[in-house]
Design a protein around this ligand. Structure first.
Ligand code: APR
Length: 309
């Protein structure tokens, strides 16, 4: 059986963790691409030299040439600038838009059959840009946001209750920004609604911390943004696709009528398998949740209006 070939566009902080995790878990051979000379080659060599200890025979190639991604069945994009303290994800729009346009061309020309996971921020606008420029079908272009926002919520709930993170599930929808919508009503601990275990003020605090969680890390790191949890979140999506697991995960999906939204990428629960986004699941939102969701959608719409694609 041929191995999976996974191309990582961007060999910075997130790209490096992705390459390491994918190679050491033998999810497939890795091609790590960046425009900076030496960076992807250096990271690839470093990872390859640790592989004997991890028992991994996955190949890791670092490159500055798009041709090397040919034949990839999965592409994960982290190319672009990351936030510094004081910046919102939206402040990255102008610079990352130009980068994403060139990346979309490179992927379209060299890996036209791939399924693509976009991580670059502002996420909902970047994944939209990729789809518009590449012309790839909507099921093969998905954004990583909800998995990360949900894992942050899960972490805080587990800490608060002193229980295993494994037993906490959560759902965060909407755009991947300050307007994201945590849905505590759909969060559970081993099937028990979180509202039965925590007071509403505590749940509101956890929702707020989740919304600001990316910024909290940026303020501590000062030189960049979170990279381990975003990479790990994308790996969960990659595994669902590569192993055709049909995982139900919150992802940025292109909506055509679902949730009353058309022509935008917004975070919603979906079924992720070999066909990429195989189905969007529509969950019922109560009036307050709906209001927050609509506000988040409007925010995404205003960003998309700025990029004129
Ligand atoms: N093609 C490929 N790679 C590029 C391009 C391009 N046109 N332009 C920039 N890059 C590379 C940079 O050289 C850098 O190595 O993208 C990489 C980004 O890495 P970091 O700055 O370390 O950023 P990272 O933390 O990995 O985040 C990447 O994901 O979560 C988002 O907001 C974050 O937009 C940011 C992206």
């Amino acid at each position: 059986m041929a191995r999976n070939k996974i191309a990582l566009i961007g060999a910075g902080n997130i790209g490096g963790v992705l390459a390491q995790e994918i190679a050491y878990r033998e999810l497939g051979d890795v091609v790590l691409f960046d425009v900076v000379e030496g960076l992807p080659q250096g990271k690839a060599l470093d990872i390859a030299e640790g592989a004997p200890i991890r028992g991994s025979d996955a190949k890791v190639l670092g490159t500055n040439r798009y041709e090397d991604i040919a034949g990839s069945n999965l592409v994960i994009i982290t190319a672009g600038l990351a936030r510094k303290p004081g910046m919102s994800r939206d402040d990255l729009l102008a610079k990352n838009l130009e980068i994403m346009k060139s990346v979309a061309q490179g992927v379209k020309q060299n890996a036209p059959a791939a399924t693509v996971i976009v991580i670059s921020n502002p996420l909902d606008a970047m994944v939209y840009t990729f789809k518009q420029i590449s012309g790839f079908p909507k099921n093969r272009v998905v954004g990583m946001a909800g998995v990360l926002d949900s894992t942050r919520f899960r972490t805080f709930v587990a800490w608060e209750l002193g229980v295993s993170v494994e037993d906490v599930t959560a759902l965060v929808l909407g755009g991947h920004g300050d307007t994201m919508v945590p849905l505590p009503r759909y969060a559970q601990v081993a099937g028990i609604p979180v509202a039965k275990l925590l007071p509403s003020e505590k749940i509101a605090e956890i929702s707020k911390r989740t919304q600001n969680a990316g910024g909290e890390v940026v303020n501590l790191l000062k030189t960049g943004s979170a990279f381990v949890s975003p990479a790990t979140s994308a790996i969960e999506m990659a595994e669902a696709i590569l192993k055709d697991k049909r995982r139900v995960l919150a992802c940025a999906c292109y909506l055509e009528g679902e949730y009353g939204v058309s022509g935008l990428y917004v975070g919603v629960p979906c079924v992720l398998g070999a066909g990429g986004v195989e189905r969007v699941l529509e969950v019922q939102l109560d009036p307050d949740e709906r209001k927050l969701f609509d506000a988040s959608v409007e925010h995404v719409r205003s960003l998309i209006a700025q990029i004129k694609l």
